[in-house]
Write a protein that binds this ligand. Structure first.
Ligand code: GUN
Length: 292
């Protein structure tokens, strides 16, 4: 029997908790509402969808958001100028630059231009370094969402073997670091990171207690690649266009063969996705409380 990990339902209860915190820590104390800035460059349809859903989440929960949308061909210095404005704007508590960026832009340079205290994505090397050293920092929202799912469903992580597929700065790298940290509740895992240069990924996944897949290849993880009773977290989210009809969202997991063999599985949609958005809001609230 596989139990589906319902990120949608969990996000609703975390949304309520955050709303309560906003009331007691911000509104009751007559403080200004948290304010998230978003910088989006270009017209990548997935990025536009993500950004719109982040803005919608801010509205739902009752915090402020501001979007700066730059055209496709904006030079790097324009983007840096907007980052500097947000860094210096006392009314912006935290902000993100939506990724991926266009090829003419140096992503590392952009991320390093963000003030780490406003880096609610947790991508700046200062936050990344602090995370690695078990220090207080902003955790990337998707990784935080995965940790929350595992924690709230009381899935044991400590002493377990986790295999992560993918090593991106957004998911694979941070979740690997977080799960291996010294922490009885949400750490102490033995982590193997696999990627496009790993031969025989299934050699590793078959031995894993927990498999986290973030490669963006629909149906990549098949049932025969996992052991009976493994916990499977699907971070893949690929839009499949259906000639003119509404597009479908597909995860990395081949649902038909993994469902029934895994003990727990996050569905797509409705698993990790809703948790990512709510964790970004949580980081923005933390930034707002740090700033006041
Ligand atoms: N693109 C896909 N996921 C993310 C995210 O969590 N943050 C940013 N900035 N860009 C993304």
């Amino acid at each position: 029997m596989t139990k589906l990990l319902n990120g949608e339902k969990l996000a609703i209860s975390i949304r309520k908790e955050i709303s309560k915190e906003i009331k007691t820590l911000i509104l009751d104390k007559k403080k200004r509402l948290p304010h998230l800035g978003i910088i989006l460059l270009g017209d990548n349809s997935s990025s536009i969808t993500y950004v719109n859903s982040k803005i919608k989440e801010c509205k739902n929960i009752g915090i402020q958001s501001s979007l700066i949308h730059l055209p496709n061909n904006s030079p790097e210095y324009n983007l840096i100028k907007e980052i500097e404005k947000m860094n210096n704007d006392p009314l912006i508590d935290g902000f993100i630059v939506q990724l991926p960026l266009k090829k003419h832009i140096n992503t590392d340079k952009i991320i390093m231009s963000i003030n780490p205290k406003k880096d609610v994505d947790g991508f700046h090397p200062e936050n990344f370094g602090k995370i690695s050293l078990n220090m207080k920092a902003f955790f990337p929202a998707t990784a935080l969402g995965i940790l929350s799912i595992l924690d709230r469903y009381k899935i044991k992580i400590s002493g377990k073997h986790t295999v992560v597929i993918g090593r991106s700065r957004i998911v694979g790298r941070p979740i690997s670091i977080l799960l291996s940290r010294k922490n009885n509740r949400i750490g102490n895992s033995t982590v193997t990171i696999t990627h496009s240069y790993t031969p025989n990924i299934d050699f590793h996944t078959k031995k894993a207690d927990i498999v986290i897949t973030a490669v963006g290849i629909p149906g990549f993880l098949k049932g025969k690649m996992i052991k009976n009773g493994a916990v499977v977290i699907d971070v893949g989210l690929t839009k499949i266009e259906k000639n003119g009809k509404k597009s479908l969202l597909k995860g990395d997991v081949d649902f038909n063969t993994v469902y029934g063999k895994a003990s727990y599985l996050t569905p797509v949609p409705g698993g990790v996705g809703p948790m990512t958005k709510i964790m970004l809001i949580k980081n923005t609230l933390i930034a707002a409380l740090n700033n006041r």
